[in-house]
Write a protein that binds this ligand. Structure first.
Ligand SMILES: [Zn+2]
Length: 485
């Protein structure tokens, strides 16, 4: 169902800003070409000629999305509430990550709980968030959601009057096949890379070539989480047994996985030293016996097992994606520790020159450090996933600087980083706007020739990801995945 039929294209574009124009231009065209207005800058003056040319090319170019937490479409269609789906209505679009901006704006937690609960009327939900909406509606988190609401449900502004239409649009969109419609048809995303958060280290997706998967390695060294890896069927009595379990997961899934991923930077720095098995073994024994383990011992074991997993990944040509920088959520982030991430990343690059490290989220707010890392270390890659909604202006700033500082073949421009699929559309529009803006500004400021800027679009939007993650080979394996009936 295309709810956009109810709104004229011109009306829908009015007030969208250039990100809205960006996403609207990607969607199916409801009328003749003559109906489409000329893109104009937010101030109303026409875009410069280079900006127009760059914008058109960026809009037409397929984008690879290198980081999501999307649950399977069938899980979304099952309704809610259940794990990762607190409610099955329009408020779900706010549950990840916009809820945090409301809370840090002062919304009481109990009110947010009710807003995200099942069985609360749309109008009652709107009344809960309305007092805080003016404070948060312009953040990147909110802009992505607003673009999605406009584009998917045909609603310009969220309000007491429009909220019923938002809910109706939500129900019309959320129907079988909507992942492909939102991601491929509307956002022009070629494929996604999903880090599943539903428990298993590797998700056997029903849409394996659209929702390509990371193999999660965090449970292999944090804890470690022995229960989570029980499918290996190997009884774990020694550290050697645990090494065998780790190997089993790589044997089983390395050919299907696009990368391995760890978000352990949420609980410690990424300063993993190479610790020999002899030093880790006594600590592992204590863990198995549930004896107390002090922080120093825990670090020894985690460091040892981190490299056990990373060496397996490297041997199988899998890049290693690591969370760096900003934290999801609110009222929890130890900012001073995040500052250490880029320095520790440099040490990882030195310790394992054959590993393709992918450092995620621009290590926000310390993105200058990450840029220095990408310039200096051959094996350091930068993934701008999540960045366009954390701070869209900073992400554009980073991209501009990366283009004139570090080799562009190490840059991955976009990952929506969402559990619900709908806001990916808005986030991708912000990314396309930012990429266009970065390139256009470099041309307008005289740092880049227009032809060179045009030549960067394919590498940035998809060629780098295809190469770094060996996507052609992965897609071939995934088309024949042994879990697909
Ligand atoms: Zn993520």
């Amino acid at each position: 169902m295309n709810t956009r039929k109810t709104v004229s294209r011109r009306t829908a574009l009015k007030g969208l800003g250039s990100a809205g124009v960006a996403v609207a231009a990607l969607g199916p065209k409801p009328g003749s070409a003559a109906e489409a207005p000329r893109p104009s800058s937010p101030l109303g003056s026409p875009f410069s000629e280079p900006r127009k040319l760059l914008s058109e090319r960026v809009l037409q170019t397929p984008l690879i999305d290198t980081h999501e937490h999307l649950i399977e479409e069938k899980e979304r269609l099952r309704g809610g509430p259940h794990s990762r789906v607190p409610c099955d209505d329009w408020a779900l679009l706010f549950s990840h990550y916009l809820n945090s901006d409301f809370l840090t704006a002062g919304m009481p937690k109990a009110d947010m709980g009710r807003f995200l609960a099942s069985g609360v009327e749309p109008l009652a939900k709107w009344k809960l968030i309305a007092p805080y909406w003016p404070a948060v509606k312009n953040t990147g988190y909110a802009q992505a959601v607003r673009i999605s609401i406009r584009e998917l449900y045909g609603v310009e502004e969220l309000s007491e009057e429009s909220v019923a239409k938002v809910q109706a649009g939500y129900e019309q969109v959320r129907r079988p096949g909507f992942y492909k419609r939102v991601l491929q048809d509307r956002a022009k995303i070629e494929s996604c890379q999903v880090n599943s958060l539903t428990g298993e280290p590797f998700k056997q997706s029903d849409l394996p070539t659209l929702l390509m998967q990371d193999l999660s390695i965090v449970g292999m060294f944090a804890g470690p989480n022995i229960e989570q890896h029980a499918a290996a069927g190997i009884p774990v009595k020694t550290l050697g047994d645990w090494h065998a379990v780790i190997r089993w997961w790589f044997d089983r899934y390395a050919k299907y996985a696009v990368a391995v991923k760890s978000q352990q930077a949420y609980s410690r720095d990424i300063d993993y030293a190479r610790v020999p098995a002899e030093q880790a073994e006594p600590v592992f024994k204590k863990v198995l016996q549930r004896d107390p383990v002090n922080p120093g011992e825990r670090k020894l074991l985690e460091d040892h097992l981190f490299w056990q997993a990373v060496d397996e990944a490297t041997a199988r040509d899998l890049p290693v994606k690591l969370h760096t920088g900003y934290y999801a959520g609110q009222d929890s982030m130890p900012l001073s520790r995040l500052r250490l991430n880029a320095g520790s990343a440099a040490e990882l690059c030195r310790l394992s020159p054959d590993t393709r490290f992918v450092f995620m989220h621009l290590c926000y707010p310390y993105y200058e450090e990450l840029l220095a890392l990408a310039k200096q270390w051959t094996n350091a890659h930068v993934d701008m996933c999540w960045s366009w909604i954390i701070n869209p202006a900073a992400a554009k700033d980073y991209l501009k600087k990366h283009i004139v500082t570090a080799p562009i073949n190490k840059l991955l421009p976009f990952g929506g980083d969402y559990i619900p699929v709908e806001p990916v559309l808005g986030h991708a529009a912000l990314a396309r706007q930012g990429i266009t803006q970065a390139l256009a500004e470099l041309v307008e400021e005289g740092w880049l020739k227009l032809a060179d800027a045009m030549d960067l679009i394919d590498p940035i939007l998809h060629q780098n990801a295809r190469r770094i993650f060996r996507l052609a080979r992965k897609a071939e394996a995934l088309r024949k995945a042994d879990w697909i009936k």
